[in-house]
Design a binder for this molecule. Structure first.
Ligand SMILES: [Zn+2]
Length: 448
């Protein structure tokens, strides 16, 4: 059991907040009580080695952040020369050439995932959806998936691994998705392990890269096994290629290919029309906003307020190190808030924070994540707001996003286990994870 004492403020969910609070959690949130009441209960209780006490004086507590769109493998390919400030038709082959040069296998998947998940946890991301798009033909795809899953589990983070595809052979992609499911989530309802720490989903990179056959075959795997489906739509190049290749826009193709449904989450969604927004809403599709990728890539800004207004649940993602060199979701929440007025009405801090928590969780089909109501999975962050960067802040929840850019949580709890304590990982030394990846990349570059 963990008792979190004396929080100044708790963001329970978009409708509920509490001040002067103590939280009790096991693997789920047991209760939120007032400070005096729980202190009395704690002092009367016998000393129990199983009880962990976290001091939250001067802190705001939020649900753990849910990064709904990442490409963990790209953590090994940040600021790659030739990939910044270039159009997508240059970016794609440059990244692909470097993947081929380094070699994508379980060892690299593990080192990248350790770094990416660790970076996420250290910045408050308790669940990450890893849309893994690079599965070289003939590679040990089960090994790559297992290495990624094991890395997240070692660090104590939650992972939703998306068996993606980027021009993969359709039959091969579907067979691999089935093999990964057999290996990692045999008989698991909805592809989620009993402890909730691992989830499998499927999803091609988008209509610009994958054929109708890939969408249909991966869709069949999903429906047979109850997996969620995720893809990317309406990056600039996606629209341009769809028009050139099929004479249709991506959303129309996705509808035709059976990929507009309430188990589907679409990332990016820049430059969607009003009619397309209505179409997405009618099909119950969920969305992921990824401004930290869309802006530097020059794709534009998704009309998030309009999507939300239409009733579409919108989550938040960072996308990967190939476009956004940080997996810091709170930083991108700040960016999302700052750019929102350029494409519609402003969205306030609570609205953006709910996207980064419950909005993302809805798209993953995980109602137990993204909030701190009693019974929620015990994933939470304790943010110290007592420093000078937060001095003078009148509204602590607004301040979480507006003030102190790049802030990191003091403590992070996942499934009732402390995974970050006093700004450091509990399970690994972050510097040795970084050094391991650096060493591996250097060895492979030297050998090739
Ligand atoms: Zn992406």
């Amino acid at each position: 059991m963990i008792i979190i004492h004396d929080a100044d403020h708790v963001f329970v969910d978009a409708q509920t907040e509490s001040t002067g609070t103590t939280l009790t959690v096991t693997d789920v949130v047991q209760g939120i009580g007032d400070r005096a009441h729980t202190q009395a209960a704690a002092s009367g209780a016998p000393l129990d080695a199983e009880v962990v006490h976290l001091d939250a004086t001067g802190c705001v507590v939020t649900p753990g952040l849910v990064n709904a769109h990442h490409h963990l493998l790209q953590s090994a390919f940040r600021t790659l020369p030739g990939t910044r400030g270039v159009p997508m038709h240059v970016w794609l082959p440059t990244m692909a050439a470097e993947y081929a040069r380094i070699g994508i296998d379980p060892e690299l998947a593990r080192a990248s995932a350790l770094v990416g998940v660790a970076e996420g946890l250290l910045s408050g991301v308790t669940t990450v959806a890893d849309h893994h798009l690079t599965w070289p033909s003939g590679a040990d795809t089960v090994g790559i998936a297992r290495a990624t899953a094991d890395a997240a589990r070692e660090l104590g983070g939650r992972l939703a691994l998306v068996r993606g595809s980027a021009r993969d052979d359709p039959e091969e992609a579907a067979a691999s998705a089935d093999a990964i499911a057999d290996a990692l989530v045999p008989d698991a309802p909805h592809g989620i392990t009993a402890d909730g720490l691992f989830q499998l989903a499927v999803g091609p990179a988008g209509v610009h890269s994958d054929s109708e056959a890939t969408f249909r075959l991966l869709g069949e795997v999903a429906s047979r096994r109850g997996l969620r489906r995720r893809t990317q739509a309406n990056e600039q190049v996606d629209v341009a290629i769809a028009l050139e290749k099929y004479g249709r826009r991506p959303i129309a193709l996705l509808e035709e290919w059976g990929w507009l449904a309430d188990d589907v989450t679409l990332a990016h969604l820049c430059a969607v029309t009003d009619d397309e927004i209505a179409q997405l809403a009618a099909h119950g599709v969920t969305a992921t906003h990824a401004p930290g990728c869309d802006l530097p890539m020059g794709w534009g800004i998704a009309p998030v307020a309009a999507l939300r207004e239409a009733g579409i649940p919108v989550g938040l993602g960072t996308s990967g190190g190939g476009s956004n060199d940080a997996g810091h979701l709170l930083a991108d929440a700040r960016l999302a808030m700052q750019v929102a007025p350029l494409v519609g009405p402003p969205i306030d801090a609570r609205g953006i924070l709910s996207m980064a928590t419950s909005g993302s969780a809805i798209g993953l089909g995980r109602p137990e994540l993204g909030h701190l109501r009693p019974g929620a999975a015990a994933d939470l962050c304790v943010w110290d707001v007592s420093g000078v960067a937060d001095a003078g802040v009148a509204d602590p929840v607004a301040g979480l996003l507006w003030a102190s850019p790049g802030r990191r949580p003091r403590h992070v709890v996942v499934a009732g286990r402390v995974v970050v304590r006093d700004y450091e990982l509990v399970a690994h030394d972050q510097r040795s994870l970084a050094a391991d990846l650096t060493r591996l990349l250097a060895a492979r570059r030297a050998a090739r």
